[in-house]
Design a protein around this ligand. Structure first.
Ligand code: HEM
Length: 454
């Protein structure tokens, strides 16, 4: 019997084109997802030089899966967002993260999603109702606004919550803009008495005050009547219990989780819905197939009960998520870490670029083609698990994935039953990176009525 010694792990190859001081920053900084998409040609794990970080990019789907399942620490980038995200699941680590993930899980159970779906349908229908034939729409802004109103509406469905949802609708967009500037600059700048820092602190305080008063009102209802149940996301968080100790979440924890849901959910849902209409507008045969499906609803808004019949619409959404998913997932490596044939040194960052994985011809044939039928069960089954990761994987996999797919599918179906959104000739739509998402740089479209208003 011959015993072969395990091969010594190799050092990952370096990406070419690094400049003396700046490394790969000039290419990474301007269009990061396009730069990261060039890396599979150089290896399954590739080292890039970004000043301040020792960074390794995983390009192979099997290794992506391995890394996301075995590592869950996001390192310093997420710590910079703590001022807004507090101690929600996005920021927590280790045992506390696992405990709180279990506690928030009931908020995303199927029965709950069915309740939130009523809000999704109502807001989608109201939005479709608000347009007139021939209207020019900034579809990116429209869908962002719709997503924010819907997620805030699902957090607090009752009368009581309408005012809080409205406050959040006003406060969250400027907070997010200021936050995206903060996470990419040195931490000491946050502590200077600059107007932007003061404004950020004031807006975060106002957000806390808005959620604080509704949490207090819900708690008061529960004290007045122990059987009283608010049938929404906030109500579910307030009754959540740790399965081991039986303890619930504090007001601060509930507030932090609400903000985590709003931050995690709204931008991504808004961007995905907007890109879906962009792709429908430039793929007439896909659009015709989707219209044939939604027309079977007979002109009424799509509801939760319709989901099993919206199979093609859901495939269109999955294909949109393939083309335009988040562009960056980060993991911190705090001890020497073996990944495939490579060893990643301690204290480095691992980058996974979902959008580059999704646009790699080695993972998806003809990646430029918008082809919803990739998501038929037979074809989807043959994919490597790490080749489609819009919602991530492992311990940090998005808890809002079913919520998001439900909302986008119902609202796309409801809007498409009423309107055909036409691209504007001569106005190219490009991609721009904001935070972890690939946004359209603009998305003007014209609404063409498919059915006369009743
Ligand atoms: C199209 C919509 C969405 C996309 C593409 C998306 C994508 C993601 C991804 C990729 C992650 C994992 C990040 C990582 O591994 O580091 C994540 C985490 C998260 N998402 Fe989503 N998400 C979406 C919608 C939502 C919604 C609707 C909610 C809540 C209502 C939500 C709440 C969260 C939270 C709280 C986390 C942090 C989980 C943790 O760290 O344990 N997301 N999302």
């Amino acid at each position: 019997m011959t015993i072969t010694a395990p091969a010594r792990p190799a050092v990952p190859p370096r990406a070419p084109g690094a400049l003396p001081l700046l490394g790969h920053w000039p290419r990474f900084g301007s269009r990061p997802h396009e730069f990261l998409a060039t890396l599979p040609a150089h290896g399954s794990v590739v080292r890039i030089r970004i000043p301040g970080y020792d960074t390794y990019v995983v390009t192979d789907p099997d290794l992506v899966r391995e890394a996301l399942v075995s590592l869950s620490d996001q390192g310093m980038m997420i710590e910079r967002a703590e001022a807004l995200l507090g101690e929600g699941v996005t920021v927590l680590r280790g045992a506390r993260h696992r405990r709180e993930r279990r506690m928030i899980a009931p908020a995303f159970a199927k029965a709950r999603i069915a309740t939130y779906a009523e809000v999704m349908t109502r807001f989608g229908a109201e939005r479709a109702e608000s347009w007139h034939d021939g209207q020019f729409l900034a579809v990116d802004a429209q869908m962002h606004d719709l997503a924010l109103r819907t997620v805030a509406g699902a957090l607090f469905t009752g009368e009581l919550g309408a005012e809080t949802a409205e406050r959040i609708h006003t406060l969250l967009p400027p907070v997010m803009t200021l936050l995206s500037r903060r996470v990419t600059r040195p931490a000491w700048i946050d502590r200077l008495p600059l107007p932007g820092n003061r404004r950020f602190a004031r807006l975060v305080r106002e957000l806390q005050a808005a959620t604080g008063s509704i949490i207090a009102a819900y708690r008061a209802d529960m004290v007045a009547d122990a059987n009283f149940e608010h049938d929404d996301l906030l109500g579910t968080l307030l009754t959540a219990r740790d399965p081991d100790s039986g303890t619930g979440l504090s007001d601060k924890q509930v507030h932090d989780e609400l903000i985590n849901f709003l931050v995690g959910g709204t931008e991504a849902i808004g961007v995905t819905t907007a890109w879906t209409f962009h792709e429908l507008g430039r793929n007439p045969s896909v659009e015709a197939a989707l219209h044939a499906e939604v027309d079977r609803l007979g002109g009424r808004p799509a509801t939760f009960a319709d989901l099993p019949d919206l199979v093609f619409t859901k495939r269109v959404v999955l294909e949109t998520l393939r083309r335009y998913s988040p562009w960056l997932t980060v993991r911190h490596v705090d001890r020497p870490y073996r990944l495939g044939d490579y060893e990643i040194p301690s204290n480095s960052m691992l980058f996974v670029c979902p959008v580059a994985i999704h646009r790699d011809a080695g993972n998806h044939a003809e990646p430029e083609r918008f082809d919803p039928d990739r998501w038929t069960p037979q074809r989807a089954e043959s994919l490597s698990k790490g080749a489609h990761i819009p919602f991530g994987m492992g311990a940090r996999q998005c808890p809002g994935n079913v919520f998001a797919l439900t909302q986008i599918t119902l609202q796309v179906a409801t809007i498409a039953a009423r309107w055909r959104l036409r691209p504007i000739r001569g106005v190219p739509v490009g991609e721009t990176v904001i935070g972890a998402l690939v946004h359209p740089d603009r998305l003007p479209m014209r609404a063409e009525a498919r059915r006369p208003s009743p």
